[in-house]
Write a protein that binds this ligand. Structure first.
Ligand code: HEM
Length: 404
């Protein structure tokens, strides 16, 4: 496909209302559910807007996640250094059979049972941050006080990364995720974090312990005789970035959404069993990582009746799929009791989010504790003045002034 072909839209499209997908998605889904779109990288790709087509694509063996391949559709200008990374791609960019092997190595770290064991520590972290919030001045920025530090601390302790370095890694990751960052700056953020984790993994290799995930992976690799430093650095990178940015944004967006919908919030306050269903609905409504579900075809393949040719890029617009009336009745309503668990906000198929049990647990503890301990919490500025992240490949909030 060439750059001059006619396309129906140029991605990314902006969310006009901070609580809804870009309005163009509905039109695309109704008129041209599988259509050609232009991307900031200069590429063209297929955009999928129906839930079923997105699931079909993500579970098909004929699509690749290899982000280094020039056919992979990118939502940012192409990186300056694409092929010569010294580190091997991490889980999210691997294809079978390598992906299955690498995922099996680490999946045991994220089971519901393993996450349950983290619960008391996460509760303690949340309580300490709410103590500090209550003791500090009003209004306070919830992003700085709670949303960002809680998941950052949790993932640091799980991995064995010193939390003292949080400002450094948070700034690298926001540079990488911000769409307005120049390719040079994005590359610099990437390299700095890669080098930092390279050193950290090297230190851990000198004295690995069972106390953290990276130490346990090193010991496991040694036992099987398959030590792989580069793969471990890639894994640490992915888990550190995915483990804090995503959940942090969901904490902020979830808090505002619940405060804006007091009838729904009242249901959670009255019955804590409603918090988990509410989290599924919040994940569906916001679908913060909607372009994470991008691929390219490795063979000619038909999806939803359209022929996709080998080498074509495909973006499964999961935020459009999560608002498909075929999958969710009255999709624009925020209804914590709708039973939204079949959403694709965590993706679908082989690459479905590895950290989803951790994300759910963190969100559950945060919302239950926040609204119990600060029942009078409210947003301190008009909601339409809040700095929503329209400029990032992970949607969320840059800041959230609250008072009580
Ligand atoms: C994959 C979203 C939290 C680690 C994914 C994917 C999505 C996603 C959409 C699929 C990407 C694809 O299809 O290529 C989210 C959201 C989160 C969240 C919305 C929070 C609300 C986390 C956390 C962690 C994590 C807390 C780590 C502790 C990962 C990893 C993958 C992944 C490692 C790659 C899995 C694989 O390729 O096999 N996530 N994520 N995520 N996520 Fe998450």
């Amino acid at each position: 496909m060439t750059d001059v072909e006619e396309t129906t839209a140029t991605l990314p499209l902006e969310r006009k209302c901070p609580f809804s997908p870009p309005p163009e998605y509905q039109k695309l889904r109704e008129e041209s559910p599988i259509s050609r779109v232009s991307l900031p990288s200069g590429q063209t790709a297929w955009a999928l807007t129906r839930l079923e087509d997105i699931r079909e694509m993500l579970s098909s063996p004929h699509f690749s996640s290899d982000r280094r391949n020039p056919s992979f559709p990118l939502m940012v200008p192409r990186p300056i250094r694409q092929d010569d990374n010294k580190f091997r791609p991490s889980l999210i960019a691997m294809d079978p059979p390598e992906h299955g092997r690498a995922r099996r190595e680490v999946v045991g770290e994220f089971t519901v049972k393993r996450m349950k064991a983290l619960e008391p520590r996460i509760q303690q972290i949340v309580d300490e941050h709410i103590d500090a919030l209550l003791a500090g001045p009003k209004p306070a920025d919830l992003v700085k006080a709670l949303s960002l530090p809680v998941p950052s601390l949790v993932i640091c302790e799980l991995l064995g990364v010193p939390y003292a370095d949080h400002e450094f890694f948070q700034s690298c990751s926001s540079k990488m995720l911000n769409r307005d960052t120049s390719p040079e700056e994005r590359q610099a953020g990437f390299e700095q974090l890669e080098n930092y984790l390279d050193e950290l993994v090297t230190k851990k290799e000198a004295n690995p312990t069972e106390d953290d995930l990276l130490g346990r992976q090193i010991l496991k690799q040694r036992e099987s005789g398959e030590a792989d430093h580069e793969e471990l650095v890639g894994l640490a990178f992915l888990l550190l970035v995915a483990g804090h940015e995503t959940t942090a944004n969901m904490i902020s967006l979830g808090t505002v959404t619940l405060l804006e919908n007091p009838d729904q919030l009242a249901k959670i306050k009255a019955d804590p069993d409603k918090t988990l269903p509410a989290i599924e609905e919040l994940l569906r409504v916001h679908t913060i990582a909607e372009v994470a579900t991008s691929r390219f075809a490795t063979a000619d393949v038909e999806i939803g009746g359209t022929l996709i040719r080998a080498g074509d890029g495909v973006i499964g617009l999961s935020n459009a799929g999560n608002h498909d009336p075929e999958g969710f009745e009255n999709p624009d309503a925020f209804d914590i009791e709708r039973g939204a668990r079949h959403h694709v906000a965590f993706g679908f198929g082989a690459h479905q989010c590895l950290g989803q049990n951790l994300a759910r647990l963190e969100l559950q503890i945060v919302f239950d504790t926040l609204f119990r301990r600060i029942p009078g919490i409210r947003v301190a500025v008009p909601v339409d003045e809040l700095p929503f992240k329209h400029d990032s490949s992970i949607y969320g909030l840059h800041a959230l002034p609250v008072t009580w």
